[in-house]
Design a protein around this ligand. Structure first.
Ligand SMILES: [Zn+2]
Ligand SMILES: [Zn+2]
Length: 469
C-alpha cells in the first residue's frame, strides 16, 4: 500500500497505510487497522483491527483470536438474553479449541452501565485474563470498554443485535450518580457479528438501529453548522463514508426488508462504520448531534425518576424527527435579519432557573460549565458574520443531506419503531424542556445552540411541543 511520509510517521507500526481513494473504494471490513493522510489535512487512524460480519461468524471467532494473537484466557461478559443468543454457544466453541473461558453474566433484564454493573464485571475478572469478550449490544459493550480501558486487557465485541452504533466506539457513556457521563476509553480490537444471530434479534432492535442510523441526518447537519459558525474542522471523506452508509440503510428500509438477510448486514455495517468514523475523527461528531442530546436528556430524567428507559436507538429515533422539524423551521428563517445578542442578566437568571428545574442536583455543575461557554457580544458578532456569509451555500448543503430521508419518520414507523415522544413516555412538557436545555448535556455545537443564539429557541420549542412533528 502506498501512503505519504507524514501518515507513516504518525501512524503506529501495526497500521496499514492507505490512500483516500482506497478508503472511498473499499468495503467496511477493509477499513479496520488503517491510517491515511486525508484531504482535510488530518491523518485518520482506525484502532479496531478486524471486523467479521457474516453467517456463522461465531464458528470463526477462535481463528480471529488466534490471528490477532490475543491469548487463551478469556472472560466472557453477557446478559441473560445475549448469553442465550450467542454467549453459551461461543464459550463452548472456544473451550473446544482449548481456551479457558470464565463467564460473567448479568441476570437483570434492564441493565445499566453504572457503578454497580462495572463492579460486578471487575469482581468476576481474573487479573491474568488475556481478553474480555463482550457478547451483547449497547450496555454490555459500554461496560466491557471501560473495564478494558482500566485494566488494559483487550476486548472484543460479539454483537447480538443491530441496535446501536457504539460497537466500534472509543467512548463509554456511563451512568454515574444518575448522570450520563461519556468517558474516553478504548476501542475493541475486533467486532464480530454472526448474521444468523443478528437476524434473530427482536424487531425492536432493528428499529433502534435504524433510529441510530437516521440520526446521522441531523448529526451530519449539526456538524456542517458547527463548521460554519464555530469553524470546527469538517472532513468530507469521513462525512462521505457516513452519507454512503446512511443512503444504503435508507434504501433498504424503503424496500421494507427490515430484518431480512441483506438488511441485517447493511444495518450492522452502517452501525459499525459509524464507530469507525468516530475513531477517524477522534470523537463522536460524525455520528451524534442534537438528536442524541435530546435522547440523553430524556434518559437522565427517566433514570432519575426510576422509570424504565427505552433502547438508546429508539429514543434517538424519536428525537431525530423532532430535530428534522427544527431544521425545517431554521431553513426558512431570515438569518441576516436576526442578530445574535448576548444574554441579558435577566435572561441568564431565567436560564439558570430552567436548568435547576430540569436537572435538579446536577444543575449547579451544569450552570458553572455552560456559563463559561457563553460567548460575549464580539464573539457572537463574529459567529453571525460567518454564518450570514455562508448561509445560502450552507442551506443548499443542509438540504442535500436532509433530502436523503425526508420520510425518516415514516421509515421508522414502518420498521416498527415508536415515532411520537408520547409513545416512549415523553410528555409535551418534557419535549419542550429537552429542546430548551438538552444543549447543556455536553459541549458540542448543534442547531440547538444556533437557534438559542439567534433568539429562536424558545419559540421553536413552544411550536414543536404544540404540534405533532
Ligand atoms: Zn447513538
Ligand atoms: Zn479527513
Amino acid at each position: 500500500m502506498n501512503g505519504d511520509a507524514s501518515a507513516s510517521a504518525s501512524a503506529s507500526a501495526s497500521k496499514r497505510i492507505v490512500t483516500v481513494e482506497q478508503v472511498l473504494a473499499c468495503d467496511t471490513e477493509s477499513l479496520t487497522g488503517i491510517a491515511f493522510r486525508c484531504t482535510c489535512g488530518q491523518t485518520h487512524e482506525v484502532a479496531i483491527r478486524a471486523m467479521l460480519l457474516e453467517d456463522g461468524a461465531l464458528l470463526r471467532t477462535y481463528d480471529l483470536i488466534e490471528r490477532l494473537k490475543l491469548g487463551r484466557k478469556a472472560m466472557l461478559l453477557a446478559d441473560v438474553a445475549s448469553y442465550d443468543a450467542a454467549g453459551r454457544e461461543l464459550a463452548g466453541k472456544l473451550r473446544e479449541r482449548g481456551m479457558i473461558v470464565a463467564e460473567s453474566v448479568y441476570p437483570q433484564r434492564q441493565l445499566y452501565a453504572d457503578e454497580k454493573a462495572l463492579a460486578k464485571a471487575l469482581l468476576d475478572l481474573e487479573p491474568d485474563a488475556d481478553m474480555v469478550i463482550a457478547v451483547g449490544s449497547g450496555t454490555i459493550n459500554d461496560i466491557a470498554r471501560m473495564i478494558s480501558y482500566k485494566t488494559r486487557i483487550p476486548y472484543l465485541v460479539v454483537a447480538t443485535a443491530p441496535s446501536m452504533d457504539g460497537y466500534a466506539s472509543t467512548v463509554s457513556p456511563l451512568l454515574v450518580n444518575g448522570f450520563k457521563v461519556t468517558y474516553g476509553a478504548v476501542s475493541p480490537v475486533a467486532v464480530v457479528g454472526d448474521l444468523k444471530v443478528i437476524r434473530q434479534a427482536p424487531r425492536e432492535m432493528f428499529a433502534a438501529g435504524l433510529g441510530d442510523m437516521l440520526a446521522k441526518l441531523t448529526a451530519l447537519c449539526d456538524w456542517k453548522l458547527a463548521t460554519a459558525v464555530e469553524e470546527e474542522l469538517y472532513c468530507d471523506v469521513v462525512a462521505g463514508l457516513m452519507l454512503k452508509a446512511l443512503r444504503r440503510c435508507v434504501d433498504l428500509a424503503r424496500a421494507t426488508e427490515t430484518g431480512g438477510e441483506q438488511a441485517a448486514k447493511t444495518l450492522m455495517e452502517g452501525l459499525v462504520l459509524s464507530g469507525i468514523a468516530m475513531q477517524m475523527i477522534g470523537n463522536s461528531r460524525p455520528a451524534s448531534g442534537s438528536e442524541h442530546h435530546l435522547s440523553h436528556y430524556w434518559e437522565m430524567k427517566h433514570f432519575a425518576a426510576g422509570k424504565k428507559t427505552q433502547l438508546h436507538g429508539i429514543k434517538v429515533g424519536v428525537a431525530t424527527p423532532v430535530v428534522l422539524a427544527l431544521y425545517g423551521k431554521l431553513l426558512e428563517a431570515d438569518i441576516a435579519a436576526m442578530p445574535m445578542r448576548e444574554k441579558t442578566p435577566g435572561q441568564i437568571a431565567d436560564w439558570e432557573r430552567n436548568i435547576r428545574r430540569c436537572y435538579g442536583p446536577l444543575a449547579e455543575e451544569m450552570i458553572r460549565t455552560n456559563r463559561a461557554l457563553l460567548p460575549d457580544q464580539a464573539g457572537l458578532d463574529a459567529r453571525h458574520a460567518r454564518l450570514a456569509a455562508r448561509w445560502e451555500e450552507l442551506k443548499r448543503e443542509l438540504r442535500a443531506i436532509l433530502a436523503i430521508a425526508p420520510d425518516a419518520k415514516h421509515l421508522l414507523r414502518q420498521a416498527g419503531g415508536p415515532v411520537e415522544p408520547e409513545q416512549i413516555g415523553i410528555g409535551r412538557d418534557e419535549l419542550k424542556d429537552a429542546l430548551l436545555v438538552a444543549k447543556e448535556v455536553r459541549n458540542r455545537y448543534t442547531i440547538l445552540q444556533l437557534a438559542d443564539q439567534l433568539g429562536l429557541l424558545e419559540r421553536y420549542a413552544d411550536e414543536l411541543a404544540a404540534e405533532s412533528v
